[in-house]
Design a protein around this ligand. Sequence first.
Ligand code: NDP
Ligand code: HSE
Length: 461
Amino acid sequence: MSTHENTASASTGAAAAAQKAKAPGDPVGIAILGHGTVGREVLRLMEQHRDALEHRIGGPIEVRGVAVSDKEKHRGAVPEELLTDDAMTLVQREDIDLVVEVIGGIDYPRRLLLAALNAGKSVVTANKALVAAHADELAAAADAANVDLYFEAAVAAAIPVVGMLRRSLAGDQIESVSGIVNGTTNFILDAMDSTGASYDDMLKEAMDLGYAEADPTADVEGHDAASKAAILASLAFHTRVNYDDVHCEGISSITAEDIAAAKLAGQTIKLLAICERFRDEDGKEYVSARVHPTLISREHPLASVDKSYNAVFVEAEAAGRLMFYGNGAGGDPTASAVLGDIVGAARNKVHGGRAPGENTYANLPVADFGRVPTRYHIDMEVVDRVGVLAELSTFFAQRGISLKTVRQEELNGHARLILVTHTAREEDLASCVEDLKTSESVRAVKSVLRLYSEENSQAES
Ligand code: NDP
Ligand code: HSE
């Protein structure tokens, strides 16, 4: 169990004085850090729509520097006088009001953004890994300097989920936020399911299309989705949830066989991020955030989310069920979210004031994964003799786990047994599987997948 000493009182913006407006006509000076898949499109769209953006902001803007690691690669594409490989000097320059970070990584951008915030610059970042690891520190620096910290593009790229949680649903009680928040893995799983394409080929294509992270391990092992889950859970439950609090499993062990078996059962496999608020047997309220491959009925709206699209499903007390769908990766969609943040932060520079920040007042305990309610789908090869089912059922009964469905098929002289459980504690389900593996009646546990379940919320799937 991890709890956090939340000290985000100032993050409400209530304690901080309003940011002062710039002198009329004085342009908002912008530094763009990174000119890769996202940075290139941010710069292009800013140039293309400058007039419209300035109208929306209510004052002029000016890009005054573009930082990259290798200037040679960008000569010709970026005006020479803007190009620099010294991002640290750029972010602290007098003529910079707003720093846009689209580099990636954690340690170096953390130092850059803290230096920028400490120097009174507002910050826009698309960097979920950084925000999920250091949100408290960055929010505190923004509060202390009385400037903005925006990160809409950090979760689900073009889909405005951060703004939706920060502003639109700020008056509601959110019960859960779940969804597909990684474009690369959805692209791979969808192609494996619909065309039988290979995992390796689709990963390469996702990298070529600019969906994947610089190191795609972050995508396929679920780390990228876990960072996004941490951000979503923090915003939804007003509780700091960090990357390390998120249970994370990726898709690298999913085989063509798993996909075929899911299909046969009217299901598909998606990498889901699931953030929930729940009450444990002790009557206490917890939050949890997890990322893992999940079986989901083909009839559920999340099952039809294809290619690199993302979708986020929210359940709130008064609003009910909401679903947000759109482009979750790629240069243009991500640049759209970054530009929206630039407009917001620049507007506050022109007119004064600050955007609403995070507020972690609720400070709920973050549950260990073991106590989280989940459901299992277990596919086994068992010995075909009388009494096997009764014997194996006792493993579940001993732990008070009830089975929802049991299906048995003949399989080359043995039997294939597919068990679907009702909701139970993750640790009880996991230890049941360990017992099944040691039973002499079980020849092999072929696959164990968690099932997307609405048993804990409003309806049973
Ligand atoms: P890229 O790898 O395409 O681009 C990174 C850029 O950062 C490059 O221009 C690189 O310079 C520059 N850079 C690297 N190191 C330094 C340094 N030390 N100083 C200055 N510049 C540096 O990444 P993306 O554009 O794909 O991603 C950027 C960020 O946006 C990441 O945080 C990512 O997670 C996030 N994001 C990406 C999405 C996507 O679909 N791609 C979607 C949502 C968020 P150079 O070109 O010279 O090597
Ligand atoms: N690599 C990420 C993805 C980019 O595939 O979703 C968007 O955050």
